[in-house]
Design a protein around this ligand. Sequence first.
Ligand SMILES: C[S@@+](CC[C@H](N)C(=O)[O-])C[C@H]1O[C@@H](n2cnc3c(N)ncnc32)[C@H](O)[C@@H]1O
Length: 655
Amino acid sequence: MPLGQRAGDKSESRYCGIETEFNDDMPQVLHQNISGGFDFVVAPLIDPSYRPSSAKNDGNGTSVPPFAASDLILSPSQWSSHVVGKISSWIDLDSENAELRRDSEDALKTEIAWASHLSLQACILPPPRATGCSNYARTVNQLLQNVSNMQLWIRLPLEQHEAVEDDAIDTNFKTSSGGRMFDSWEWWNTFRLLCEHHNQLCVALDILSSLPSINSIGRWFGEPVRAAIIHTNAFLTNARGYPCLSKGHQYLIKSFFNHTIQIILSGNLVHDISQERILPAGDDNHFEGLPIRHALRPYLDYVAYLYQSMDPLPEQERFEIGYRDFLQSPLQPLMDNLEAQTYETFEKDTVKYTQYQRAVCKALLDRIPDEKATTSTTVLMVVGAGRGPLVRASLQAAEETGRKLKVYAVEKNPNAVVTLHSLVKLEGWENIVTIISSDMRCWNAPEKADILVSELLGSFDDNELSPECLDGAQRFLKPDGISIPSSYTSYLQPITTTKLYNDVKAHKDLAHFETAYVVKLHRVARLAPPLEVFTFTHPNCSASINNERYEKLRFEIPADTGSTLVHGFAGYFDSVLYKDVHLGILPSKATPNMFSWFPIFFPLRKPIYVPAGSPIEVHMWRCCAATKVWYEWCVSSPLVSPVHNTNGRSYWVGL
Ligand SMILES: C[S@@+](CC[C@H](N)C(=O)[O-])C[C@H]1O[C@@H](n2cnc3c(N)ncnc32)[C@H](O)[C@@H]1O
C-alpha cells in the first residue's frame, strides 16, 4: 500500500519496505507484512546458520541449501515485486581466515544465483570492511557481469562509523572523545572504483539516531542510493508516546523521497504503545477475526505522514519529470534552423517575455522623456526574432509606457519568417513592424537602432554564439544605443552525478566525454558554490573584438563535506537585460518559474577523487576559429585530467 498520494509523484519512493528476520515460511512473512501496510520485505534468502563448508554433502549432490522458500511457494511476481533479497550478513570476503573467505564467496555466489533465478529486482549486500574490500569487490564485480537486470545494493551506514578498537585502520576523522570516525562514503568509493562504476551497483544507507553534516549527506544525492534503512531506535517519542523523527531526520527523509530513494524500516518496536491488537514483529500467531496491526505500523504511519505532508510537485516540475537527468544535445540555432515545435516551447515561457518587456519599458523611459513621448519614435530592432514573441513584448512595452515605436524584426530562419509575416498581418502591425529575412551579421540596415533586442542565449550563456551574432549586429546600433541584454555571465560548479557519468560512458567513445549536454539536473550533488567563468558585454566597444576566453577556477568544497568524486561540471548563466532586470538560471538568483533553459553539463573522461579539504582547480577555454566556436576544459588539481575537446574535435558550435 503506497505511503500516500502526492500529486505528480509516480516514483518508487511511494513504496515502503520492512527488513525481516530469516523465516522459512515466506508466504506468512509476506502476508503479515503486506497486510500490515508495507509494500515489500527485505528478507534473508537462506538460513543464517548455513555455512557451505560445513553443509552436509553426501557426495551424491543431493544436499540442498536451506533457502527460505522455493519458487513454487511464491509466484514469480510475488518474488519480484515484494521481495528484496538480503544476502547473509556473516559473509566476510576480506577476512584473514581463508576458510571464512571461501565460505563467504560460495555463499554470496549461491545466494545471488538464487535471487537471479527468482528474478528479484535487488539484493542488499552486507557492508564492506573499513580496512579493505578488494576481494569482496572482485567477487561482486564478477557477479555483476552475469546478473541481467538485478541491482546489488551495498549496505552502508550513513553516519560515519566509529571503530576505535581496530588499530590497523587509517584515521579519517577524530571524534571529540579521541575515537576514530570513518567516512562510509570512502568505502563506497573504493568499492565502486574496483567495480568500474557498474551501473547495477547501488547503495542502501542505514540511518541511525545521529546524522552527519548536511554537506556530508548532500554527497549521497549524486550517488546511486536506492534505499534508506531507518532503524526504529532512530525515532524519538512525541507527547502521546508515538514515534516521530527529529527535524534533521524529517528533512533527510523528505530529501530521500524527492530523490526516488525508498524507505525501509528495520528493528523492533521500541516505543511503549498500547499493544492491543498489535501483532508482535515476527509473530505469526495472529488473533483470529480481529483486525491486526503490524508491530511497526506506528513507524510506518509516521513515514507515510511525512510523505503526505510534502507539497505536491509544481505543475512545471511534473511536466519536466521525464527530463530529469536526461542528456540532451544543446541547440545550435545559428547553424541549424529551429523547428516550429521548438519555437512553440519557447513561447510558452511567459516569464521570459515578461522580463524582456520590463527591460524594454525601462529602456524606453530612459531614452524618451515624457514630453517627447508623442513626437519621438524609437527604432527598435529584434535580432533573431523567431516567430515574434519579442516583437510582441516590445510593442506591449511601448503601449505600457506610451512611447512610439518602429520595429525591425530580423530573422535568418526562412521558415520562422513565414510565421512572422502571418503574425504581423494577423495583428495588424504592418505599419509598425518591418520583417527582414537575413542573417544579422550581414544585413545592411537602412537606419540605425536605438534599441537592439535579442535572445540568443544558451544554458552556458554564450554557447549559442550570441557574442558573435551581436558583434555583427552592433554596426547598426546608434553609438548611444542600448542592447538588451546588456551583458551575460556563465558559471560553473563541480558535481557528483553517477547517473550522467554512466549514461555518457554507455556510448563507449571519447567524443561523448568531450561534449556538453543540456540536462535537467536532479540526482546530483552540487559540491561547491558556482563560480563566474566568462562575461560578455554589449555593445562591445573594444577596439579589437576578441571572443576567446580563458579562466582558471578554484572551487572550495566545504570542509565538513568529506571526500568526493567529481564527475563533471554544471554550467549556468545569468544575464543583465537592462539595469536591474535580470534573466537567468544561476540557482542562487534564478528567474522564478522560468523554464526555457536547463543547466549544461561538461563531463570528465575519468571522475576525479577530491580528498576532504582539497580545492579543485579547473581550467576553461572558449576557442574561436573561422567556422566554429568550442570549449576546452581540464582539471589541474587535486589530480590532473587531460584537456578535453582539443581543437573542438568532439563538440563545437557552428558559426
Ligand atoms: C533562441 S531563438 C529565440 C527566438 C525568439 N526571439 C524567442 O524568444 O522565442 C533565437 C533565434 O535567433 C535566430 N538567429 C540566430 N542567429 C541569427 C543570426 N545571426 N541572424 C538572424 N537570426 C538569427 C534563430 O534562427 C532563432 O530564431
